[in-house]
Design a protein around this ligand. Sequence first.
Ligand code: ATP
Length: 889
Amino acid sequence: MAPQPDERPTREPIDTLLRDLKTGRDGLGSREAARRLAIHGPNTLPTGRRASWLRELVRQFTHPLALLLWVAAGLAWVAGTPVLCWAILAVIVINAVVAYLQGRQAERAIEALSRYLPQQATVIRDGVASEVPAVDLVPGDVILVTEGDRVSADARLIEGSVEMDLSTLTGESAPVVRSAGAEDTADRLIDAPDAVFSGAQCTSGQARAVAFATGAATELGRIATLSRQATPLLSPLERQVRRSTWLIAGVAVGVGALFLPLGLLAGLSLPEAAVFAIGLLVANVPEGLLPTITLALAVGVRVLARQGALVKQLSAVETLGSTTVICTDKTGTLTRNTMTVTAVWSAGRTVDPVSPDAALGPLAQVMVDCNQLERLSDPMEVALREAGELLGARVAPRVETFPFDAERKRMSVVSRRGDRLLVAVKGAPELLLPLCDSVFDGTRARPATESDRREVLDEVDGFARHGLRVLALASREVPAPPEDAAAAESGLCLLGLVALLDPPRPEVPAAVAACHSAGITIHVVTGDNGTTASEVARQVGIATDRVVTGSEADALSEPELDALLAQPGEVVFARSTPEGKLRIAEALQQEGQTVAMTGDGVNDAPALHRADIGVAMGRSGTDVARQAATMVLTDDNFATIVTAIREGRRAYDNLRKFVLYIFVHAVPEVVPFMLFALSGGAIPLPLTVLQILAIDLGTEILPALALGREKAEPDVMSRRPRPRSEPLITRRLLVRAWGLMGVLSAALALGAFFAVLVAGGWTPGAPVGPGDPLHGVYLQATTATFLTIVACQVGTAFAARTERTSLRRLGVLSNPPLLAAIGVELLFAAALCFVPVLQTVFGTAPPPWWLILFLLPCPVIVWGADEAARWFGRRSARAPSRPRRPSSG
Ligand code: ATP
């Protein structure tokens, strides 16, 4: 059989590889690394081909609204109006190109976000371990791989052993073990027992490895090009909008089909009927809708990024807005993650503040020895080590580490003190205590009694009541290095407790209060002790009436957990496990909630995936969690989640605002055509098709975009979350758009049309065609219709700025882009009436001077009617909550 392309001969032994790469077990020097970076280039993946731009562009020409316009253009051709046909074709092209460009821009906005969050790698340069951006890795670098890391280069292990998730490369989700020095009989490089690959994730263990390939030379680089072509999934909003556009298209065709025969019956000629049908189609197509929605979401993504929340999908903006429950962890999210050791307890004595004391010697040794070297930036580890050193202990040479994991909630280190081997263990007291069979009494170890255990737990509780995080410390002597964590962490001697203060972040109480007024429930899901967690929760204003521990939650059946979460109120889930988090997310979703869930560990990935909005921490989290999440917080701060929800609500509100705005003028555009058809041509067409296009594409677009920039309404965080099932285009929106403002605008526009016509001497049925004496008056009259619609649009724009509150509360002038857009709109409309070339194209003529007196109040009338309707809406919404007076009868 021919060899497969990726079959390699047996790989060289690691020492030969190190020699060939001109590196050593202690890595490269930083100068040499810089030199190699210049030669090999940055460690980035080839960008590959995008989803074909041609296909994307073709899609823009063939969506339902575009298809309608094609039909309109065809009809225009048949009706013998080639100018109109060309104009509609131009509209199709402009629309498609604008939509395509905006889509691309949105895509780029998302891509740009990845630059905010550079992946880091721990590399040994000049003999010391440091974090560098992963793009700077070069072949020959020695990297450290630990649980939670995403490996950034193809590398072979020099030391240690890890479990890797290679699913990005192999599609196989079961983790595989990779160890330094394992016998290599694999045919393919990908199966080599000591190789790890760029893009793979370390699920447990730790190791040192030498990078042999970076960037495009990696296995991932080779497949990157292929994997970039997957079609992006449509978000629920996009699907909704798409469905609505089909609906609109259906309505347009339906109305056309219904009225065309009526028009013919009423005596229209075929070309007249065709013009009529074109008018209906063009008037019904909301040309700017799709691109504007994408743009609004993209703006939302950018605003979020500026505020410290990086979202990976446009649709997340919309989901954020409908969040009903936040499940947050505690450390670093609600608290500052600045740890200070405030007290230690040992042999029945509390030492506070911490000061050197001979009886604390063994405890202090564990404080300096038991930590994960690569986590030495973790504030808790730093605080413990510093406090241990203050107590006089010095670090002993390390033999073995059994790292922390969120299931065991403890870790241990084997170190050599003189000729003794000592296991130093620290972890959650409730879980560590059962592993201790003796306690330290200040001078020596003695067997632990029941009352000792009770005393320890009482002490833990005492500290926890003050919101302190408590760790138990224990040790034991061993004859030889233990095999595994379980062997190391048994038969221990309890040395004492350490209490650490991690105060709440100052901005969190306000954020919690904002959630509560916004109808959002907050559950705390923490690995910490229940008492500590509920005290911290209390300090920030989260209701702490129910505390459920991990083991209690695990004991609940699915229906019981559902029932627990269906009750109103907030819950503290303490000592919870990653598995528990997943169950909580599922149970909440079962109840119909939209769940945002935070997580930072490797094991949190399933829960982050499952939640509607998985939130990972940019600073303290693992790469795995960041990958699984939809949103990454650059500051790890709870308050940022709330800011993001607010922004999500604002973005969605604004979508509604311009949908409303765009929908309104369909009525004044359609009604004139119906009048024309139903009168059998006795009433001339009050608005030409080109004038409709001038409105839809000329005067309307800028104000619609400016509405997308509208600031949040004052009540944005004081109303209940939007149900996710609620469509973007609601009945209320349609009533407001078509029923109220649309009808009013149509009435005003037709009023202006007839006023000008009649004042010019027109009587029903009088001919107004080119050459007829009344033709000039007719041109003035259609111009009056056009101008009145524009004037009504100005009123609509102001009304659309708010969904419920009054415009006065928002500030009439508080959206400068809108004011500018309206200015441009008015200039454009004036140009259309007065510039001779435009007059010829659009069939306009300068209207009589008195029309201005008619136009001026139009915006106020339209806006005023909506303002009054909103006022009534607010009043009737308030009414039921008022206490009813007892009836006097
Ligand atoms: P949260 O989940 O809210 O961030 P947490 O940081 O307490 O809270 P975990 O990191 O899962 O959650 O830790 C759970 C418990 O494990 C801690 O309360 C502590 O008792 C123990 N623990 C945490 N980190 C270490 C560590 N490095 N060494 C030993 N024990 C630890």
